[in-house]
Write a protein that binds this ligand. Structure first.
Ligand SMILES: C[S@@+](CC[C@H](N)C(=O)[O-])C[C@H]1O[C@@H](n2cnc3c(N)ncnc32)[C@H](O)[C@@H]1O
Length: 321
């Protein structure tokens, strides 16, 4: 995981203070909801500053060559995925057979998927090798097209249904009819770290997951379940912050555990700089319901700095279940 630079963290901190005025907070909340629940099109932003951040973020997605920020890593391989994600990920992937499907959200160059189809992968994962003979099918999803010559070569030598690379839009713009369902979904500093609408993102992920399927993901620099870590950059907020409707802190892990029909484990890894919290979300029944969050802060970056507030109505509904 590369170190992200946070040169404007004081500005961000000041921005959060300004939002403490309830009236302003509500106005910003409504404006952000209007912008982010729909399209990612920067033109829709009602506030120039926010429009600028969304536009900057789109610039990062589209950047190539020397213009691509150093912190925007798009080529992590399967070994990187296995060492960053929860330990069960490697076992879940190795257990997939030819009828199964793996979705990698925010795949970048899709190097992890390419690695999965190599003989080296089979050599390292003897267990279940016979079952995997023809391997599971895999779908890579990215906003921008980062396919490499290696991807084209692999894709040509395989059945078109076996590996697919989808791009040009964020996860939220796909339906179940478009993508189908999956037994394993991964996200390594992809949409889960970058989305402007975290609860809609999770709803979509769970909609694409089969019952008993698993979503493996992580966040950098987030207040962990055990609460032992502090923000990595002094004076800056955590990279992703959630609050309850009354403004008190809501941990990402707690929010995930409040989703119905899932089992969630969260694990802080302090050996990473910044530290990461890794999440395993297993879908255990179909009636998933994600407590809704409203976006309240967004600052473009690799990944962006984000704040979300739990919507009061969603909380009441969750409590009555
Ligand atoms: C930093 S790259 C990570 C690439 C890859 N996972 C890796 O580790 O090398 C971020 C990726 O997430 C994608 N992304 C960001 N937001 C997304 C969203 N809402 N839906 C789908 N992909 C998204 C970007 O287009 C890009 O492919």
């Amino acid at each position: 995981m590369r170190t992200r630079r946070r040169p404007s963290r004081n500005r961000a901190r000041n921005g959060m203070k300004v939002l403490k005025s309830a009236g302003i907070q509500l106005a910003v909340l409504l404006a952000l909801q209007a912008l982010w629940i729909g399209s990612s099109d920067a033109q829709n932003s009602p506030r120039p500053a926010l429009r600028e951040e969304v536009s900057k973020q789109e610039g990062i997605y589209r950047s190539t060559g020397e213009n691509k920020p150093g912190g925007y890593t798009v080529d992590r391989g399967l070994t990187d995925y296995a060492s960053a994600l929860p330990g069960e990920f490697a076992r879940s992937l190795a257990a997939l057979g030819p009828k199964d499907r793996w979705l990698d959200i925010g795949a970048g160059e899709a190097q992890a998927i390419l690695d999965y189809y190599t003989p080296e992968y089979d050599l390292k994962h003897q267990e279940g090798r016979e079952l995997r003979g023809r391997k599971a099918r895999a779908v890579a999803l990215s906003i921008e097209d980062r396919r490499t010559p290696l991807w084209w070569k692999k894709a040509e030598s395989r059945n078109a249904n076996q590996i697919q690379y989808l791009f040009n839009k964020p996860l939220r713009e796909y339906s179940r009819e478009d993508l189908g369902t999956f037994q394993v979904i991964t996200d390594v500093i992809g949409g889960f770290s970058y989305t402007t609408n975290l609860s809609l993102f999770m709803e979509k992920v769970l909609g694409f997951l089969d019952v008993n399927g698993s979503f493996y993901t992580l966040l950098q620099d987030v207040h962990s379940e055990d609460g032992k870590n502090r923000p990595h950059y002094e004076g800056a907020p955590y990279l992703t912050e959630l609050t309850n409707p009354d403004g008190s802190e809501l941990k990402v892990c707690t929010w995930l555990k409040n989703i119905s029909c899932v089992q969630v484990t969260c694990e802080l890894r302090t050996g990473w700089k910044p530290p990461i919290e890794v999440f395993h979300v297993k879908k255990i029944c179909d009636a998933t319901a994600v407590p809704a969050l409203a976006p309240v802060h967004y600052q473009a970056g690799t990944p962006p700095e984000r704040g979300f507030q739990l919507k009061a109505v969603a909380r009441q509904e969750a409590a009555s279940k």
